[in-house]
Design a protein around this ligand. Sequence first.
Ligand code: FAD
Ligand code: NAD
Length: 482
Amino acid sequence: MKTNYDLIIIGAGPGGYVAAIKAAKAGLDTAVIESRRAGGTCLNRGCIPAKAMIHAAEVYRQSLEGAAFGIHTQGVAFDYGEILSYKQETMETLVQGVEQLLKGNGVTLINGFGQLISPEKGENRVNVSLFANEGENPSETILTAQNVILATGSKPAVLPVPGMDLPQVLDSDGLFALDRAPKSLVIIGGGVIGVEFATVFSALGTRVTILEALPKILDNFDKEISQNLKMILKKRGVDIHTGAMVQSAEAARTEDGEGVRCLYTEKDKEQAAEGEFLLCAAGRTPNLDGLFAEGAAPEMNGRFIAVDEEFRTSIPGVWAIGDATGGIQLAHAASAHGIRVIETITGEEQAQDLSLIPGCVYTDPEIASVGITEGTAKEQGIDVLAGKHIMSANGKSLITREERGFIKVVADASDLRILGAQMMCARATDMIGEFTTAMANGLTVPDLLRGVRAHPTYNEGIAEALEDVTGESLHTMPRRKR
Ligand code: FAD
Ligand code: NAD
């Protein structure tokens, strides 16, 4: 087996595999070590399976609501096993696609466990425990390279409270593995994972309770978005408790049979929520177990690997990207980090603005945000103008009966440069790209209004919100004179 490369990457998630392809294209002889399947959390246990489940649940909900469009269906039902097969097929297609891309670009994909060991003769070194194919013995080998990227990602964090080891307590990996929809589900955490799974399972008829310690769900998002989502989920039967700090869990006989009781405090009172299962969605922790041989670890930043703006660790030639470094734990952020490292290694010009990472939540309606909110601008003393469009006035939204929601734009008051956008509406996660591109290129409100938008589209809502920044929106009633 070849043992010397220009670059070794540990982890083939969206950080590692994108970095590997970019490196190979730039002419670097690259090896990627992956202990599970290529594609990482995102393709195997995260974005893709979650969005497939959300899509299936959405199709089911829409089928039940067909009468609103004059479509009458009888006996609409879902088969959870078939939903899982559809999810699995989708993941498999994408994972195989990544494997083929790596191969096609000449990247060596090694199935094994990587461990950083101390450098020798100016070269960084990785010990690989190679996984055996049938009939072979597992073996160890040492690979060397000038550069090593640690892209080992993250795993669900375990809440440090009693009862988290009960069999009825699941993390997102465990919930994906269930072979049926739970009758009832208590979710710890009203963050992104919590609200996305609440969307799926409430649509499939599961009774869902969310317990969130902070005063609002989706705390990082615009206040109006959090409030609206809470209202919408409540209307769909989700029981939401904010300011609810989970203290422990215990096995219990519930109305759905053997289940779990989750004890929490809300307004200083002790409360309990029961369900067949309890999902712990209280953040993610880096995959660092066994990653560093004794004395070979770089400096840490709390639980995460410490890096500078260019993703250098404290060890020369060793870089770290993605979820393992903390910060924004998103697939596209990990990929952007990977691209930046290769640009730095090869001296290529930096292609992306890493200060602008859009955040998207695939609830119904979708939520998307980039840059700053009007509230943050005020807190930071930035003089801004804001525009807003309510989607109930948007033709496409009325056609599809998705008229709930809004688009907000924040612009610098002095030159109308776009500083942020927040949306809660159909296709928000696709449309946010327009604002990210605009901001990355320093575009202003008039710049974005120069292009004519097709009719009828959700996209017209963006034009209206932009026009509203200067009070010139055409399809809303004039603002009352103050
Ligand atoms: P990972 O994807 O975690 O990949 C790391 C890889 O390294 C893994 O394959 C692991 O097996 C491997 N590895 C670890 N240690 C070793 C070792 N020592 N040797 C060899 N291999 C090793 N993000 C979004 O942007 N959009 C979404 O819609 C979204 N939805 C999500 C839904 C869920 C339920 C979850 C859990 C996450 C979601 N995320 C989403 C987050 C996203 O999945 C992560 O931010 C992203 O996968 C991080 O990429 P990464 O490359 O840093 O790490
Ligand atoms: P999160 O940080 O988004 O939310 C965790 C929530 O749990 C927080 O709101 C926190 O206040 C709450 N919490 C913590 N301890 C608690 C306690 N004792 N009692 C009650 N509530 C408690 O984390 P997550 O939802 O687990 O998601 C993990 C990561 O995965 C996120 O960083 C996110 O970026 C990524 N992700 C992204 C997407 C997406 O982009 N659409 C989807 C899913 C996951």
